[in-house]
Write a protein that binds this ligand. Structure first.
Ligand SMILES: NC(=O)c1ccc[n+]([C@@H]2O[C@H](COP(=O)([O-])OP(=O)(O)OC[C@H]3O[C@@H](n4cnc5c(N)ncnc54)[C@H](O)[C@@H]3O)[C@@H](O)[C@H]2O)c1
Ligand SMILES: [Zn+2]
Length: 454
């Protein structure tokens, strides 16, 4: 079971950690219902202080009963009461039905938030601090991840660690991009299988070689070390080798860190086109180390920035103005939220991630794949913003897209063939408000033509 896929997201933690506020926002971003356990109990019974007055045992019994009922319902985001994980029964139920995140903001912040609130356990700072200390171990033991904000919960829920340490998973093999191996040490001391640099690795021939050369058993883990091409390839090998083994992604490109390594889509190219053979197979963990990007060629960085700008427009946040590590973290968290809302792309919610990509794919096809993906995405974002009637300055300033040489008729034919269906595009109602909508053919064709050099 990977992260919160197919399970509830439960937030544990001390009073003042912000479980209700953070939980409500995580629910919104993952399109799941939000349940505040204490509020639900109060709605059905009496206020918590009143219940406590009848004796803590009675309160805990009601809490156990209510949590069991919520856990039996549809996948939700649940804010637990501060003491809920003290019950072994609750812990046991959470273990199987939920991905539990310990939300911790530190004792200083928590105390500042609750002091003077008249909560029974928050009257004296000394007692508050003592209780906080004594609860720490319980929260850690009951939880699958620790976070201090909304993005941290989303990242944890898909096993994404920014600057994190990889857990010692054994036995391990590393599948690495040969170019990356010349520049960086493999993230593990383990057998290393080097594969061709970039896109050229995404072939059945490379897959077959790995199928026949790998020696790990069903309990083994494949670590992918490279850009999106390597994670797509190694993830696909992990999905198929011995009917599937675990894998961990260590993306080394900006595109990989903010996009390609997140979301469980793996695959290779076939003679008919890109990514036409593949599988959903979520990595156990995605480990993001921004230091590996220091060797990234400028061209690859720009390609990644196109996906960063796409994410910022979707999220309605100027993520590109953040320091690099925070920018990457925010983008990875946004994608994690969308993926958690629709992990296997059955609800159509993941479609928003295609902002600008319908035009981009058309330009790539219409140029015989001479226009690089990042440049095509930059132009695609320009078209999407124009059709949305929104300002284009962010895209123009950050990505400086210039019309490219491509055949308009071929690009148009490719656009019509695009799997998103007839005339359906991702546009923005406003920054942060993507919509999937139709565009009349003549408008779409004119928008496409404006991206092509005459
Ligand atoms: N699965 C998904 O959801 C998803 C999403 C987006 C893109 N993708 C796929 O990702 C692929 C593109 O991945 P990408 O843009 O990350 O590039 P890439 O993996 O193709 O690598 C691009 C180049 O950068 C080099 N490189 C990688 N890391 C480096 C580093 N740290 N220093 C120096 N050079 C480095 C590689 O050797 C290669 O030459 C495409 O095949 C695309 O289909 C998949
Ligand atoms: Zn893209």
């Amino acid at each position: 079971m990977v992260g919160a896929l197919g399970r509830h997201i439960a937030l544990a933690g001390f009073m003042g950690a912000g479980k209700s506020t953070v939980g409500a926002r995580v629910a919104e971003l993952t399109a799941r219902p939000f349940v505040d356990l204490d509020a639900l109990i109060e709605k059905r019974h009496v206020t918590i202080p009143e219940l406590f007055a009848r004796g803590e045992a009675e309160f805990r019994r009601i809490e156990e009963e209510t949590l069991a009922e919520v856990l039996a319902g549809p996948e939700a985001v649940i804010a637990l009461g501060g003491g809920a994980v003290l019950s072994p029964l609750n812990r046991e139920r959470l273990r199987t039905r939920a991905f539990t995140v310990y939300l911790d903001v530190g004792v200083e912040t928590a105390w500042k938030r609750v002091r003077g609130s008249n909560r029974p356990l928050a009257r004296r700072e000394e007692d508050f601090r003592r209780l906080y200390e004594s609860r720490q171990a319980v929260y850690v033991q009951a939880s699958d991840a620790v976070a201090h904000d909304v993005d941290g919960v989303l990242l944890g829920a898909l096993g994404i660690a920014v600057l994190g340490e990889i857990l010692p998973l054994h036995p391990v093999v590393v599948v690495a991009d040969e170019r990356v191996l010349e520049l960086h040490e493999a993230p593990f001391e383990a057998a290393v299988y080097s594969v061709p640099s970039g896109e050229t690795a995404k072939t059945l021939a490379v897959v077959e070689r790995l199928w026949s050369e790998l020696t790990i058993g069903r309990d083994g883990t494949i670590v992918a070390f490279g850009g999106g091409s390597t994670t797509d390839l190694a993830g696909f090998v992990a999905a198929t080798y011995l009917r599937g083994v675990r894998w961990v992604a260590v993306p080394t490109t900006l595109t990989g860190q903010v996009d390609a390594a997140i979301g469980g889509k793996t695959g290779i190219n076939t003679s008919r086109g890109k990514n036409l053979a593949g599988a959903f197979h979520f990595p156990e963990a995605v480990v993001i180390d921004p230091d590996v990007l220091t060797t990234l060629p400028e061209k690859e960085r720009r390609a990644g920035m196109a996906e960063v700008v796409k994410t910022g427009l979707l999220a309605g946040r100027e993520v590109w103005s953040l320091p690099e590590v925070e920018m990457i973290r925010a983008c990875a968290a946004y994608k994690a939220g969308v993926v958690l809302s629709d992990p296997y792309e059955t609800e159509g919610r993941r479609a928003v991630l295609n902002l600008g990509h319908t035009f981009a794919h058309a330009l790539e096809a219409g140029s015989g794949y001479r226009v690089p993906h990042g440049e095509a995405v930059a132009l695609g974002l320009l078209a999407a913003l124009r059709l949305s009637g929104l300002p284009t300055d962010a895209v123009e300033e950050l990505l400086r897209p210039e019309p490219v040489a491509a055949d308009l008729d071929e690009a148009w034919a490719a656009l019509k063939r695009d799997k998103k269906g007839e005339g359906v595009f991702v546009l923005l109602e406003a920054a942060g408000k993507p919509v999937v909508t139709t565009v009349p053919d003549e408008d779409a064709r004119a928008a496409l033509a404006a991206l092509i050099r005459q």
